[in-house]
Design a protein around this ligand. Structure first.
Ligand code: UTP
Length: 291
């Protein structure tokens, strides 16, 4: 088996109900954070981690995402004729970032199911899964940090962060032993446990490096919480046969599929933005001092 990681699976087939009515006609991954859609930050993280092939798990109503990364003959011709070369460069940059293959998830049967439908495209090699609505702001791209751990251990790795114990019921939770700084050998995974079921507060976030054995685990996984096929449950099956690790990444994560998470991401990325950051910081200070 070739153990180099070449492909990133990005599931974007969810319905985005937490962000209605914004997401009625626009996929949540296309909502803008400062000056680009969320999905572009995700794809840029993947590219910065040396991956050029993206497998998008898409659904009806999500074609704007494919179009965003496609070559647009009309737009590029127009910008070039008008001499708008800076914008042309920006637009070309996006369409040249990656090669995309789209796979349809015909029904939203869960994240595990979304990963399962990529089997024939991914094949018999390890790959990463990056959720289209989870942003990580970090110096070293989170996916790159995880690939380094995978290359050393050669087993699947899930990204985790500590969450308040009262919130564990919103996440997939990992129990395990820390074997080196920030790396845990997973003993058990539980999807959305109530806080009295586990003492762990290590929550899985939207970054995974998976060995291809996950596909056979997924096929054996029955629908779990919410009637969906959960990736967490499939990973809990996998760890019974192979070692599985959790990695506490360096960086700050935002759930951009959630209103408050989206707002926090907007403020953070705006403050870091070279064009608007300084002025925006002044504005925030004015607003904050009036509170
Ligand atoms: P979420 O639960 O955050 O996404 O799933 P959702 O279902 O779109 O959002 P809400 O809860 O209704 O607001 C996590 C990720 O898994 C993908 C989503 O697109 C998201 O990136 N997903 C989820 C699928 O691709 N297919 C599914 O059946 C479920």
């Amino acid at each position: 088996m070739d153990m180099t990681i070449k492909k990133a699976v990005i599931p974007v087939a969810g319905l985005g109900t937490r962000f209605l009515p914004a997401t009625k006609a626009i996929p949540k991954e296309m909502l803008t954070i400062v000056d680009r859609p969320t999905i572009q930050y995700i794809v840029e993280e993947v590219v910065a981690s040396n991956i050029k092939e993206v497998v998008l798990v898409s659904a009806s109503g999500k074609s704007a995402i494919e179009n965003h990364f496609d070559y647009s003959f009309e737009l590029e011709t127009f910008l070039s004729q008008k001499g708008k070369f800076e914008l042309l460069r920006e637009v070309r940059h996006i369409s040249r970032l990656i090669n995309i293959v789209s796979v349809r998830q015909k029904e939203p049967l869960g994240l595990g199911h979304a990963v399962m439908v990529t089997e024939t495209v991914v094949g018999d090699e390890p790959f990463v899964v990056v959720l289209g609505d989870d942003l990580v702001d970090s110096e070293v791209p989170c996916v790159y940090q995880m690939i380094k751990v995978f290359n050393r251990l050669q087993e699947s790795v899930v990204a985790v962060e500590r969450v308040p114990h009262s919130e564990v019921n919103r996440y997939g939770i990992v129990e395990g032993e820390e074997i080196e700084k920030g790396v845990f050998k997973v003993r058990r995974l539980i999807e959305k446990p109530s806080p009295n079921v586990t003492r762990s507060n290590l929550a899985i976030i939207g970054r995974y490096v998976l060995r291809p054995e996950i596909f056979s685990s997924l096929k054996r996984t029955l629908p779990g919480i919410g009637g969906e096929i959960q990736l967490t449950d499939a990973l809990d099956n996998l760890r019974k046969e192979r070692s599985l690790y959790a990695y506490e990444f360096n960086g700050r994560r935002f759930d951009a599929g959630d209103k408050l998470g989206f707002l926090k991401a907007t403020v953070t990325y705006a403050l870091e933005h070279p064009d608007v950051g300084a002025e925006f910081a002044n504005y925030i200070k004015t607003v904050a001092s009036a509170l």
